[in-house]
Design a binder for this molecule. Structure first.
Ligand SMILES: Nc1ncnc2c1ncn2[C@@H]1O[C@H](COP(=O)(O)OP(=O)(O)OP(=O)(O)O)[C@@H](O)[C@H]1O
Length: 302
């Protein structure tokens, strides 16, 4: 089993008695891209702020790189790069000069600026004043800044928020490479599964401060209920035949709908219907999209 990079235990943050984050047990493995999902106000930013030591938990613990954040805060934070909310820059300065200020604080070689600009594909724009940058370029510059200190863990809070599809694509491609090319584990938050599903291996979904799902994307897909739909000449009597065979179906607008019906059972039902003189017009499988499953999970919890 891979090593856990982030592990929280009962992590809770209350504001005036109300829990913004409630008993959260995050588990993020080394080398993973962890998609941290939830609707607006679910508690993602509050969690991330606690992970970065910006606010104190009301209760619970945080372990990062196997160490307690309360005890080894500075040495842990040195190994993390982060982008929280929109980064601010000196608009009249170019990308290199903006990064230079941070480089001095971090005390890394000057050559690191060129390296990080190369990683985020801003090399050719590096000498232009940042005020002329698009939102996508600004976000990429923010990621460049978060990479300056050679982090082992990158924490990005909604880096694709407000970007157009091509901007989202660029950020996604950039994040995708982090574990393999640079050995960096990534925690990336979003309120849209569609922005995360193509890059994340694991997703944690929170709703009203509580974790409602934490597992691989593949296992999230497994949560889907597949419906089999049958359009037949005499739906009402067909439903009786189906029930006689032990199927729990229902009639929806003259269509027979069966949740999670096995192939063998479908074959038996179709055969029985034909034997009883029914015409079968259509047999369809209705598959839920990952986004539907996500909506189901944040709607009801699992
Ligand atoms: N400083 C604060 N004081 C009081 N309540 C707060 C504070 N910060 C956050 N909250 C509340 O905590 C809850 C979680 O907010 P949080 O910003 O963590 O959600 P989020 O999932 O990041 O949402 P978004 O996508 O909108 O940023 C919200 O109900 C918010 O109003």
């Amino acid at each position: 089993m891979s090593e856990m990079i982030i592990q929280t235990n009962g992590l809770t943050k209350k504001y005036r008695g109300r829990a913004a984050v409630n008993q959260l047990n995050l588990e993020i493995k080394q080398g993973d891209i962890y998609g941290f999902l939830g609707p607006n106000g679910a508690g993602k930013t509050t969690t991330i702020r606690m992970l970065l030591g910006l606010i104190k938990p009301t209760s619970g613990s945080i372990s990062i790189f196997g160490r307690d954040l309360r005890k080894d805060k500075l040495s842990i934070l040195k190994r993390i790069g982060s982008l929280v909310e929109y980064p601010s820059y000196y608009g009249h300065l170019n990308a290199v000069d903006n990064l230079e200020a941070l480089r001095r604080i971090l005390n890394v070689p000057k050559s690191r600026i060129d390296e990080v600009l190369e990683i985020v594909s801003l090399t050719s724009e590096a000498r232009r004043p940042v005020k002329g940058y698009s939102l996508g370029m600004r976000q990429r510059l923010g990621i460049a800044a978060s990479l300056l200190g050679n982090p082992e863990l990158l924490i990005l809070d909604e880096p694709t928020n407000g970007l157009d599809p091509s901007g989202i694509h660029e950020i996604r491609e950039l994040i995708k490479n982090m574990p393999e090319q640079y050995g960096i584990t990534v925690l990336v938050s979003s309120h849209l599964l569609s922005e995360i599903e193509q890059m994340a291996g694991t997703v944690g979904i929170i709703r009203e401060g509580q974790m409602v799902f934490q597992d691989t994307i593949a296992n999230l897909q497994q949560k889907s209920v597949h419906h089999i739909k049958l359009v037949v000449s005499e739906p009402e009597s067909a439903l009786w035949i189906a029930r006689d065979l032990g199927s729990t179906g229902s009639l929806q607008e003259n269509t027979l709908v069966f949740p999670n019906m096995q192939d063998a059972k479908i074959a038996t039902l179709v055969r029985r219907l034909v034997e009883n003189g029914h015409d079968i017009y259509r047999v369809e499988q209705e598959k839920k999209s990952l986004e539907d499953i996500f909506m189901q999970v944040i709607g009801e919890g699992v």
